[in-house]
Design a protein around this ligand. Structure first.
Ligand SMILES: [Zn+2]
Length: 465
């Protein structure tokens, strides 16, 4: 589909005197270079100063002391959990879910809006330019939760995929969620299709996309997986779910379906180059080969996997096999920081755990996971994820000349191995979202107050349930 005409196409922003990591196919880097943005697209990237005589320059940025990278792409999250952080802190996945389902089942539209604003603000301030939310809790009578979440991303100016989740396998059907927390099969499918109708934008510079996203093998029926896959393919949208997160999930699948999670997904139509799955921790060689053969993507969530003691995903093996891999914050009830830039570092460190794994993952691979890899698993590698002429202008200027980073030899190493770097400027679709480490599109303090108030309201309601 053709890109929509951008009335700002003749307005240029010029960024110069900065280090640049393009994350293109050759990992091209410039020790001192320039980026020219025209409207919502990158016009040129290269060494030295920007070309002379550019017309329509509305802003010129001196990037001295900075590294410019593509904006970070988050590939797995649950925004609503922003208002249930810090609970069940010493639990494994299944115990943690059972502890939290009753509270989550009480969320309503104002809570979903505030939690989305909090989640998005935290990520955007840390260099995320494309976010996603896997939302799967839709209590009856709770209002337009999807609309509230999408509105929060639109107001902040963040590129966004809502993975419209669902659950229809409750305790009475052998599932994990309580009966009151699930939708019906038909209700979930109809609501998912209505969300595609209302919000999905297939154009190349889309700010909002929708994916079909039943929650997990232990919370959805086989029929919801099958019909969900058919719906997604009929409508040309992507498919997302959780897969192979814990040993308990593997055991659940073997007991109920007589096979492991990857074989079960394959039997329900859930492997393919239009599918990406969160976690994929417990994958054997044949599972990884199946993902590589089908082009199925992975959202690697190292902090959440550590928080819930789920295990270590075999990311180096996946990359060697050719599996597309991006990074995910995961919900902030299992990763209280809610930041993606720290996941670059955690991905690198966690994948080096164990004997003789010093070459398991390097800094440039970690940066690629958080940018181009994320774009790949969201099906947008032709549009975002690297700094190349013609791509959408989603980029970040990381400040690396202060105490935390100034003495680290190389800028990409500083960004990945060092402390979380401040963001001097981020552009999404060519528009500034962060300036001098603060969001300029929304009021951070107002969001902080709203999230605190909604977290208290939810806790009060849940306590009275
Ligand atoms: Zn998750």
């Amino acid at each position: 589909m053709a890109a929509s005409a951008d009335p700002r196409a003749t307005e240029r922003i010029v960024i110069e005197n900065c280090s640049i990591a393009t994350v293109d196919a050759h990992d091209t880097e410039y020790a001192s270079g320039h980026v020219v943005v025209a409207g919502n697209r990158i016009e040129s990237v290269g060494a030295g100063s920007a070309p002379d005589g550019l017309a329509g320059v509305v802003r010129r940025v001196d990037g001295t002391g900075h590294l410019v990278t593509p904006g970070l792409v988050n590939t797995h999250h649950h925004f609503y959990q922003w208002i249930t952080r810090g609970l069940a802190t010493d639990h494994n996945l299944f115990d943690w879910l059972v502890a939290l389902y009753p509270t989550w089942a009480r969320i309503d539209e104002p809570m979903a809006r505030a939690a989305a604003q909090g989640s998005l603000a935290m990520m955007a301030r840390g260099g995320v330019t494309t976010a996603m939310d896997h939302h799967y809790v839709y209590p009856r009578g709770s209002g337009d939760l999807s609309g509230a979440i999408i509105g929060a991303a639109r107001d902040m100016g963040i590129r966004f995929t809502l993975a419209r989740g669902s659950m229809d396998r409750s305790e009475k059907d052998g599932g994990l969620p309580p009966d009151f927390a699930v939708e019906t099969l038909d209700g979930a499918l109809a609501a998912t299709e209505a969300t595609i109708d209302a919000h999905h934008d297939a154009s190349s510079d889309a700010m909002t996309r929708i994916a079909v996203a039943p929650c997990s093998p232990f919370s959805v029926s086989t029929e919801l997986l099958r019909q969900g896959a058919e719906l997604a393919r009929r409508r040309g949208v992507r498919l997302h779910t959780h897969g192979s997160e814990t040993v308990e999930e593997e055991q659940f699948c073997k007991e109920l379906f007589g096979m492991g999670p990857t074989d079960y997904f394959e039997s329900t139509g859930w492997l393919g180059d239009d599918v990406w799955m969160a976690h994929c921790v417990h994958m054997n060689d044949s599972d990884i080969a199946a993902f590589a053969r089908t082009g199925t993507g992975v959202a690697h969530c190292p902090s959440s996997n550590a928080r819930l003691a789920a295990g270590i995903a075999r990311v180096p093996d996946m990359l060697a096999a050719g599996v597309p891999v991006g990074l995910g914050v995961d919900g902030t009830a299992s990763n209280e920081s809610g930041e993606l830039h720290t996941e670059l570092r955690n991905a690198l460190l966690i994948n080096r755990l164990g004997a003789r794994r010093e070459k398991a993952l390097n800094a440039r691979q970690a940066l690629r996971l958080g940018t181009y890899g994320g774009a790949q698993v969201l099906g947008r590698a032709g549009e975002i994820g690297s700094l190349e002429a013609g791509k959408l202008a989603d980029l970040v200027l990381w400040k690396l000349d202060t105490l935390a980073h100034a003495s680290i030899a190389d800028p990409v190493t500083a960004l990945v191995f060092g402390a979380a770097a401040p963001v001097t400027l981020s552009l999404v679709n060519g528009r500034p979202v962060v300036e001098d480490n603060h969001l300029i599109t929304v009021d951070e303090d107002a969001i902080a107050r709203a999230t605190r108030d909604e977290a208290r309201r939810l806790a009060t309601i849940a306590a009275g349930a």
